[in-house]
Design a protein around this ligand. Sequence first.
Ligand SMILES: Nc1ncnc2c1ncn2[C@@H]1O[C@H](COP(=O)(O)OP(=O)(O)OP(=O)(O)O)[C@@H](O)[C@H]1O
Ligand SMILES: [Zn+2]
Length: 821
Amino acid sequence: MKKFADVILPLPLHSCFTYSLPDEWADEVQTGCRVVVPFGRKKYYTAIVRNVHYYAPTEYEVKEVSALLDARPLLLPRQFKFWEWLSDYYLCTQGDVYKAALPSGLKLESETIVEYNPDFESDVRLPEKEQRILDMLSADPEQCVTKLEKETGIKNILSVIKSLLDKEAIFVKEELRRTYKPKTETRVRLTAAARNEHRLHIFFDELQRRAPKQLDLLMKYLELSGYLGGRDLKEVSKAELLRRTSATPAVFNGLVDRGVFEVYQQEIGRIDKALLKDIVPVNPLNEHQQRAYHSILESFQSKNVCLLHGVTASGKTEVYIHLIEETIRQGKQVLYLLPEIALTTQITERLQRVFGSRLGIYHSKFPDAERVEIWQKQLSEADYDIILGVRSSVFLPFRNLGLVIVDEEHENTYKQQDPAPRYHARNAAIVLASMYGAKTLLGTATPSVETWNNATSGKYGLVELKERYKEIQLPEIIPVDIKELHRKKMMNGPFSPLLLRYVREALEQKEQVILFQNRRGFAPMIECNTCGWVPKCKNCDVSLTYHKGLNQLTCHYCGYTYQLPRVCPACEGTDLRNRGFGTEKIEDDIKALFPDARVARMDLDTTRTRTAYEHIISDFQQGKTDILIGTQMVSKGLDFDHVSIVGILNADTMLNYPDFRAYERAFQLMAQVAGRAGRKNKRGRVILQTKSIDHPIIPQVIANDYEAMVGGQLAERQMFHYPPYYRLVYVYLKNRNETLLDLMAQTMAAKLRTVFGRRVLGPDKPPVARIQTLFIRKIVLKIETNAPMARARELLVQVQKEMVAEDRFKSLIVYYDVDPM
Ligand SMILES: Nc1ncnc2c1ncn2[C@@H]1O[C@H](COP(=O)(O)OP(=O)(O)OP(=O)(O)O)[C@@H](O)[C@H]1O
Ligand SMILES: [Zn+2]
């Protein structure tokens, strides 16, 4: 009987598509395998088999699957369940989830650009088709799959490409250029002659008399390889051998010349670097941490989720490490989520020291080939016990997940903004964990209002850790009224005299300083001092940011760059001025004031690559830099020993942000960045510069009074119908034609009102009402948290269908942001 497969395509389609399977290998196709399928005119995609069956579809003509890419499933059954939940809850398609979930190397399509690996050498002859593709790529090293297909005339080219990818003869092109590190190392072994016991003894005698250093080296090799124990030989790298004996390469070469040693190249897995480091035991917990640890385990007896609310530097990470150890002791896996790549560097180090090669790291700054390798490893018997990663690691396969840790759970970077799926990784992780019967621990010094509400209402467990490790006091926070200082002309650019005094003192005492400004670039704005003209992006409804290093204006929404005009295009005036200041300007100013200080800056512009993060953080950690300037990136989770002063340059940009979460976020940011000061040794100091000295949040930050902040916020949220009492869904409408869009938005809002009544607000223009030439309108839906959400989603989708069914609204683009941040 003819077999069929329903497949998920990497496209925003609302359902699966069905293809027929060729009889020859129909039986090899399993749920979770990838197949290549034709779609539309002449396009091919990698699709994922959702299920295999015997029902021929009747509504459309069935096409045939062109190739099978996997002998074993790439996705486990629970992952499909997770994908379904995501697409349902976040109102997007499974195709959207698929695109977000898999690394590029696993989802080839016609538009994929592949590139030639110049380091590739093959020991065997490649199949003719593969060689033909390689030849074309060596002439022109970057080409799109469609073009290769056309020019080589190879049918089913995706399977050939896949085979080349598996061999690493080619790569999927990434935006980030990888610096390709060879994966081989030089190893050493005894020559066949020396492996003869008798000969070896002759060598011993000879060396003892003539070359005692060579003998030492040989003995070390025999020890390291386990040769004398008669066990299986361990491979020994040349580098390690030399390091362990501090012998010179000349001594080593002597043994090679004598015919005792021979060297060979061995491929090493890129991701097993940790193996080489020594493992140390976990730190014992102090009394407070111990108590927290036991309370967490106790809370897991009755609840699936627990919040660990511990002040900054209380040692939450140490508590996690103990929980991880306990979980893997039970033979289960751990997923450890972090909000930001910047943080992974430090935590990786801390975890690697304890867990070595049982730890896998997964994030987007890793080369795609490495991510593919980790994915495959997770499906094997040799999977990692612990995965440390940012939000996309919730998509990895786990065979036996036991614990999820969401560190800095309050961070809004857990929420994906664009494109769909616009999921919140913390919430998704809780759902993922429950599908495995696993537990979730949320940790932070400043819980999100939602989580706090869940923890105090009894839905989650709540464990508090109020003491800093070694009982060092939380930093002293000194507010400075910069409005007053500006009036008195006492400010030195963005710095108050008090801040400068403390910075100077810290530098004199060889201590370090962090300066926090929540804005990158040089100046947030350029303005014509004559007529008030401000340069704006031609695609988006925003003013441009000036980057001095590049001498360019940049749109932070679409990335478009402009030359800085010499005269104002409106009035031809030449007095163009900077308004406000970003991190780049602060760096400039501080360097001018402290020419001898070593200054580094950490923001989106200075951390485009993985190594850039590592350098900035490790330099600061090792005291190679004195002052670190940064955006919110420096605020969270970083652990430095010698920071005595933290400067918050301008609290007002955070407070004046038009959003119901502004107050909550401002508190979190300030408390977190303050928490970087005085973590070890002695109490730190924070200079909080603000123009709104009377704002009620200022005393709350100074007293680190989280509960006062959250109490006030909860009351407000309830009164004005916001989360956690109401669920928000933003409905976005986009179109190139503004007048038409307004009509669409009015019509859709009216339809929604007939269904949802007064729960519908708008349509309105969002703060940025045009992005990449598309105009945008927003409709807000506020639904009671206890209302049936599934029904609400159905109704929403139905209204959308009615809309696009109308001919005049065909060009409407609609998407949703559920639980927007
Ligand atoms: N039990 C312990 N033994 C040894 N060192 C510890 C212990 N507890 C904490 N520390 C050290 O104290 C410092 C702060 O701890 P940690 O980074 O875990 O705090 P945290 O609560 O995660 O802070 P934050 O919320 O700011 O991220 C670290 O350098 C850590 O190594
Ligand atoms: Zn733009």
